[in-house]
Design a protein around this ligand. Structure first.
Ligand SMILES: NC(=O)c1ccc[n+]([C@@H]2O[C@H](COP(=O)([O-])OP(=O)(O)OC[C@H]3O[C@@H](n4cnc5c(N)ncnc54)[C@H](OP(=O)(O)O)[C@@H]3O)[C@@H](O)[C@H]2O)c1
Length: 344
């Protein structure tokens, strides 16, 4: 029987890849649209705000929506770490609560998109901004765990572009780091070179979520993370440095130093000598790394389990990263230099 899936966040990085993938199962998809319009053949959209009571709908419209919906896929969130205006809490906690209320009114299965970085806290004065985002996502998960309808929590790792084309709805923190590298702003990385940097291509994330929805999984907490297949930080950096060289940008491979050495000896001198805006960029990149490296821990991963359920296998991480960088470089006008093109 055809089901009706209500998808939130359809215009976002995850949602944009997920929407067409959900449609492949033959289910009807209704997109809850906030600010950015969603136009896709066969998709109905309804304007709403997850942060508002009843999603900003009248009592009548909310009840009518609940009558239609069999499945809720909740991918909307505020993902901007820098918000301090209450919107992280309003959207990621209260908003999740409002989506749970809709799922309960509908008697619908609920799939909640969280993050694999749900447990991060700030360390040694870095990563504080990300900690606020992570806390809001952790509390969002608590709300889902209290739901009276069957529910599944899905935790993607850092999302990169499509594994083949590198495309995605918006560039992410990882791209900013690469931008910094291309600009010569990443001479030193204050982390262990062997630490894993966990990321997953957006097509894999979308396929995993859609598979779980298609197979009607009704419980569990699934990690959409590379886990033991994550690249080492230095290997990922080598891929980025190679891309810079292919684009004719001369950059040196960053030097890895311990966080302690950085904090005590290098940062005070190095940051002080940089112009303000450059120092801010460097600090922002460190925030990104601190959040996502999490003291070298390997993330749990449910990808093999999901592959057994029919989801696509995780492609080679180096190739996926290269595809993302290729796409980013193209969009930013860093085209392959003549020598690289003729060698290819
Ligand atoms: N991107 C990643 O690397 C990553 C990694 C791990 C987990 N995740 C999780 O995956 C989910 C999707 O993230 P994303 O990267 O796709 O986010 P995104 O690109 O920032 O998009 C956020 C989406 O949420 C919608 N939204 C925001 N506020 C809303 C509101 N008040 N009411 C209704 N919709 C609202 C946005 O619509 P408008 O633009 O119209 O406001 C947009 O469609 C989130 O739960 C996020 O925590 C993402």
């Amino acid at each position: 029987m055809t089901r009706t899936i209500l998808l939130t966040g359809a215009s976002g990085v995850v949602g944009k890849a997920l929407l067409p993938r959900l449609l492949r199962s033959g289910d009807r998809v209704v997109a809850l649209v906030h600010r950015t319009p969603v136009t896709h053949p066969g998709v109905t959209s309804i304007r709403g705000d997850v942060a508002a009571p009843r999603l900003g709908l009248s009592e009548r419209d909310h009840a009518a929506l609940a009558r239609q919906v069999d499945v809720v896929v909740h991918a909307a969130a505020v993902t901007d770490f820098n918000r301090s205006d209450g919107s992280l809490e309003a959207t990621n906690i209260a908003g999740t609560s409002n989506m749970v209320a809709l799922a309960e009114a509908a008697g619908a299965l609920l799939y909640h998109v969280s993050t694999a970085f749900v447990g991060v806290g700030s360390t040694v004065g870095r990563g504080e901004q990300a900690a606020g985002y992570a806390a809001s996502k952790a509390q969002g998960e608590d709300v889902v765990r209290r739901a009276t309808v069957p529910h599944v929590i899905l935790r993607p790792s850092v999302v990169i572009g499509d594994s083949e084309t590198g495309e995605m709805a918006a560039f992410q923190g990882l791209h900013q780091v690469v931008q910094g590298l291309f600009a010569g702003l990443v001479p030193i990385i204050p982390f262990d070179a062997a630490w894993p940097i966990d990321f997953v291509p957006v097509d894999v994330v979308a396929d995993c979520i859609a598979t779980v929805v298609e197979k009607r999984v009704t419980e569990g907490e699934l990690w959409l993370a590379a886990g033991d297949r994550a690249l080492r930080l230095d290997d990922a950096m080598d891929v980025a440095v190679e891309w810079a060289h292919r684009c004719g940008v001369e950059v040196d491979t960053p030097r890895f130093v311990t966080p302690d050495l950085w904090d005590r000896l290098i940062a005070p001198v190095f940051l002080d000598e940089l112009p303000d805006f450059v120092a801010r960029s460097v600090t922002r990149m460190l925030e990104f790394f601190t959040t996502y490296l999490q003291d070298g821990q390997t993330k749990p991963s449910s990808l093999r389990e999901l592959e057994a359920l029919g989801a696509m296998p995780l492609p080679d991480q180096t190739e996926s990263l290269a595809a993302s960088l290729h796409h980013w470089a193209d969009v930013k006008g860093h085209h392959l230099c003549e020598a690289t093109r003729s060698a290819a």
